[in-house]
Design a protein around this ligand. Structure first.
Ligand SMILES: Cc1cc2nc3c(=O)[nH]c(=O)nc-3n(C[C@H](O)[C@H](O)[C@H](O)COP(=O)(O)OP(=O)(O)OC[C@H]3O[C@@H](n4cnc5c(N)ncnc54)[C@H](O)[C@@H]3O)c2cc1C
Length: 367
């Protein structure tokens, strides 16, 4: 095992992946700098829903499930630790996930038994009892009572405050180029000048292919826009996460309710549309008529780092010693963040990895 204590590591990107990666690396005593082109935690990691499970989890590749399962185990303690050390509550909440009218009962059951996840089938009476405000004609639902959520904008705020004493954070500084000489990374060039580093970790979400493309080889990561709307209901009016035909409802503790989300191929155009707002409003109010009495408080869009089969790229960048990637988490960057960060740190520091890393390698087959 190699010892890199005190080494110089630069993390690019201050979303949940960059913040968690910097936190893992700084915990070893390494000198870590994080560079972010805007403010930390304001892109996909802010726009997301914070559901701590892949949607329809049985549909995902084992490589995604492994990261999600590992992370689900550590989330409660991580959130407690962040709250205690920063005073910012990421609002971890085991609100349970109800999936209405699923088609794949057998697949869901097989997945739950293999992954030791609690899953029960609800009849219409049980659906009504579980979520009294829900109005639906569906005959059955799957109930995953252990699934939790975090309030992701608060999670990233807490992460930032937690790492501040150990990590040098440089915001409003865009990395324009990765500097590689004779197959070895030297650092980066930013709008403010050069930053030297022996190791560089690219955590730039949807922008990753842009940055790495300049070196020749780029991972297959592209932006996938997602829009959400937000209502301000009363606390407790909606109790659980509900998923119906790819759209979901997320109740926060203070009564706010998020409805999402669209999946759109719109390049880097991060704007909201009237059509998406109407569609999300219709679904929300059909499922929960009580929301008709509640004004829409907000509507936003974010750019997910889309990747083939949603399997992130985690590991060394071939042909450039010292350069690493942790990106492409698509719809699951919040639920898979802790494991992705730990795995990257394991690989960079030469520790035994928490999970077999081959499925996440940059040249691994995906799709
Ligand atoms: C509507 C929506 C709903 C979602 N819901 C969920 C959910 O419920 N559960 C879940 O697990 N996931 C969810 N996701 C997905 C999740 O949000 C993402 O997978 C995750 O946030 C990706 O994190 P990231 O750090 O890679 O990307 P980001 O948060 O986008 O961070 C990347 C950062 O890199 C910075 N950057 C980029 N290029 C440069 C550069 N050249 N120089 C410096 N900085 C740079 C950016 O400014 C940005 O801050 C959702 C996403 C959306 C949009």
């Amino acid at each position: 095992m190699s010892d890199h204590t005190g080494s110089d590591i630069l993390v690019i990107g201050g979303g949940v992946i960059g913040l968690m990666t910097a936190r893992e690396l700084a915990a070893t005593g390494a000198a870590v700098t994080l560079v972010e082109m805007g403010d930390t935690g304001q892109q996909a990691s802010w726009a997301g829903g914070g559901i701590l499970s892949p949607l329809y989890p049985w549909r995902f590749a084992g490589a995604v499930t492994a990261l999600a399962t590992w992370s689900q185990r550590v989330y409660p303690a991580l959130c407690t630790e962040l709250f205690e050390s920063t005073g910012i509550d990421p609002e971890y909440n085991t609100s349970g996930l109800m999936i209405l009218d699923p088609e794949e009962h057998a697949e869901a059951r097989a997945w739950a038994s293999a992954e030791h996840q609690s899953l029960t089938t609800l009849n219409p009476t049980q659906i009504r009892e579980t979520e009294p405000g829900l109005q639906t004609g569906v005959r059955t639902a799957l109930w995953l009572e252990d699934i939790g959520q975090v309030r992701n904008p608060r999670l990233t705020k807490a992460l930032r405050v937690a790492i501040e004493p150990k990590v040098s954070i440089r915001e409003h500084e865009e990395v324009l180029e990765l500097r590689v000489k004779d197959g070895v990374v030297q650092g980066v060039r930013t709008r403010a000048g050069d930053i030297a580093a022996q190791r560089v970790v690219v955590c730039t979400g949807a922008w990753t292919a842009e940055l790495l493309g300049k070196l020749g080889r780029k991972p297959d990561i592209h932006p996938v826009r997602g829009q959400m709307i937000l209502f301000y209901a009363k606390p407790g009016q909606i109790r659980h996460l509900t998923l119906y035909r790819e759209r979901y409802v997320i109740p926060r503790r203070d009564g706010r309710v998020l409805i999402g989300s669209t999946l759109e191929d719109a390049g880097f155009e991060k704007r909201t549309t009237a059509e998406a707002k109407e569609e999300l409003y219709r679904i929300a109010t059909e499922l929960f008529p009580l929301l008709k009495r509640t004004p829409i408080e907000d509507h936003w869009a974010g750019l997910r780092p889309g990747s083939p089969s949603g399997i992130p790229y985690i590991g060394p960048y071939p042909g450039a010693e010292g350069l690493y990637v942790n990106a492409g988490h698509f719809r699951n960057g919040l639920v898979t963040g802790p494991a992705s960060a730990r795995l990257l740190a394991d690989l960079l520091l030469g520790r035994d990895p928490i999970l077999p890393a081959s499925a996440y390698a940059l040249d691994a087959a995906r799709g």
